[in-house]
Design a protein. Sequence first.
Length: 73
Amino acid sequence: MNFLERLNWISILGVVVAVEMQIGNGTMSIAHMFPAAWIPGIQEAMGDLGSIGALIMSAGALGRVPGVSVAST
């Protein structure tokens, strides 16, 4: 079985969105990774990306039946 086929992409996207939102609202510190002048721009971008990711997750879940991961033919 291929490694990529076994990944749950919704769970991975959920973790990425959570990290983006935490950086965006300032609850996750990035001060030790970037120069101070960059931090406001990075936080703004991460907040925007987190919102976009949440919209993508919501759109992907629209119309799915709980417990069904493969469309029936």
